[in-house]
Design a protein around this ligand. Sequence first.
Ligand code: HEC
Length: 145
Amino acid sequence: MKSGTIAGIAVALLGMAGTAVAQDVITQRREGMRAEGRQMEAIKAVLDARGDTRPLVERVDTIAGFYRNLQALYPPGSDTGPTRALPVIWSDPAGFEAARTTIVTALGSLRVAAASGDLAATTTAFNQVGAACAACHRANRGPAR
Ligand code: HEC
């Protein structure tokens, strides 16, 4: 076998490995987003039922943990495949980072409000977190492709 052929095979294998890694990270971030969506629904159910907000701190921490580390789930090369992530995430990383920072800050306020036991303040802060989800989606999530 000529060395050129071997190099070609090595490049092809590397390409396949890269695709597999991208698919893993896409699956991971999509599952993570869905999990945080379920956390948000669980919080909303307690607020709607006018329940005790203090135990919600744990859920808020779980959500915040995900968005604190969000950048790791959007490495270069993970813009293709079964994803709705828009190319702007990589062409304008500052915009994506700003949206991420906004939600982490909003989750910080939600944590404080929930810990205080103040239902009205917790509801207001919760709606701001929801708005931060929606704002990032408007800018960075496209149609299924
Ligand atoms: C910093 C930007 C950003 C923020 C903030 C954000 N998302 Fe997302 N979300 C995305 C992107 C980008 C996708 C598309 C991911 C993909 O398809 O690879 C997505 C996808 C999703 C999905 C679909 C997952 C799937 O099955 O494909 C859900 C559900 C979701 N987000 C919920 C939420 C909720 C709930 C919040 C707020 C608590 C939130 N997101 C905050 C960027 C964000």
